[in-house]
Design a protein around this ligand. Sequence first.
Ligand SMILES: [Zn+2]
Length: 408
Amino acid sequence: MLKRKVIMAIADGLGDRPNSSLGSKTPLEYARTPNLDHLATEGITGMMNPISSGIPVGTDMGHLILFGYQPQHYPGRGPIEALGIGMEIQPGDIVFRCNFATVDDNGIVVDRRAGRIREKTDQIAEVINGMELEKGVEVYFKQATEHRAVLCLRGEGLSDKISDSDPKAPNDGKPYHQVEALDSSAEAQRTADLVNLFLKKTHEILLSHPVNEERIAEGKLPANFILTRGAGQMAHLEPITQQLNLKGSCIAGEGTVLGVAQLAGYNAITDASMTGNIDTNIALKAHLTIEEIVNNDIVYVHLKAPDIKGHDNEPFEKAEAIELFDQMVGMILQDLPEDVYIALAADHSTPCEVGEHTGEPVPILIYGPSIRRDRIEQYNEIDCAHGGLGHLSGEEFVRTLHGLMGFS
Ligand SMILES: [Zn+2]
């Protein structure tokens, strides 16, 4: 079968709504995007719901689907976060996302992010990693970016069916939650008890940790508590790359995306200059994309900034972030080999006026050899709704791409 390649450029949280401060245009309509519009003119467009209409997804689920899995394969946020920070996880491990937090003597969460701590969390993690909870249960703990961390419990007879201790935003000033079993199994009860013991023991240790004594002396909030959430069990997932016998890479600055990519069997490529914000190094991303497509069948390249600006309700800045995406795609286009498709997608909508992910579809596009052009000339939420691809689920979109590649 004829084999071709795909570069998929993903603008995180791209989808939006007409915004009054942009003259009733969406940030994508408002932004100057000559490269994206060129691809729309020469390619085929449509709309995509990652799962189905009206169902909002997280960045992890959205990417899981764009990388070729189905929603039921979702292993939980914890395992994905762990992969993203290079933590070794085994099937059966119970993995949690954590925050370094500040809790007062009465168990009230003063700050879920410990004053947005970003320094020396490795020294704090060091005293937690490997701690004794119970015979036969191993504790692994590693700091992630800023106030985040990952906890992994390894042992027989554990369950991920337990609740969060994190009261979640905006609940500073409320007590942390006791962890509870979410089903009636002995495994869930045991795991809930273990995590409650973990919370208590780590709090005792962290109260007198040198990093915290230093922080208090400097007038900063101490990281004296570990809040847990998103318990998940690492599943036996066959990498997509193995299922289809293809090779792929993913270039991104965000741990979540890199974690999903690794789960799916893709090489995860990053650099400190890929910041996950508007100051990210798009030239390097574009350069690596062209370099990686030479020896791979598919390359994903990700830009986080549009999502951040959507969450912050900054429509003008979101349009700027989209122009950055346009420039990155333009750089890739300059050196695009002949047998390679470019696909444009987003993992979900993050409308500025909402500030959260919503279940509205996102515009998609495919450009490349012998593609069935449609009559759409602009890449945005309004025009692409009339495009030749129609309205697809994420699964259908990815299957379409694999088909064009000759991998179906
Ligand atoms: Zn996202």
